[in-house]
Write a new protein. Structure first.
Length: 120
């Protein structure tokens, strides 16, 4: 892809509401994608605060700021670990009951709930 074809993609911290507002004001997005979660289970057990700060607190700032700026379409990438061990067929539906047995699954579930609440 040539330089003329590349889009400008701002880089910053999803926990920085000022940055998110500025990007929304500049770009006027109709949608946003969240791929910013940490997912390493071992590290999350050793350093849970790092994971809570990034995966819960910063995600809440991101979703709340998008809601404030009327960005209603959000693609939220998450782990299927919130559903526990899957022994039956795929695909896994969002309305499936959750069985959060590992730390990252709990944080992922919280982030999902925050994103849903921010849309209201």
């Amino acid at each position: 892809m040539g330089d003329a074809q590349r889009e400008h993609i701002p880089a910053g911290d999803i926990g920085d509401a000022g940055f998110i507002r500025a990007v929304c004001d500049e770009v006027r997005p109709v949608a946003a994608i969240h791929f910013a979660a940490f997912i390493e289970v071992g590290e999350s057990v050793e350093n849970p605060q790092k994971y809570f700060t990034n995966n819960r607190d910063k995600a809440k700032v991101f979703f709340d700021t998008l809601a404030e700026k009327s960005v209603k379409n959000i693609v939220f990438s998450s782990t299927a670990a919130v559903y526990g061990e899957i022994t039956d067929s795929a695909p896994i539906r969002e309305n499936r009951p959750t069985r959060r047995s590992i730390p990252t699954a709990n944080r992922s579930w919280m982030r999902k709930r925050i994103s849903v609440r921010s849309k209201r």
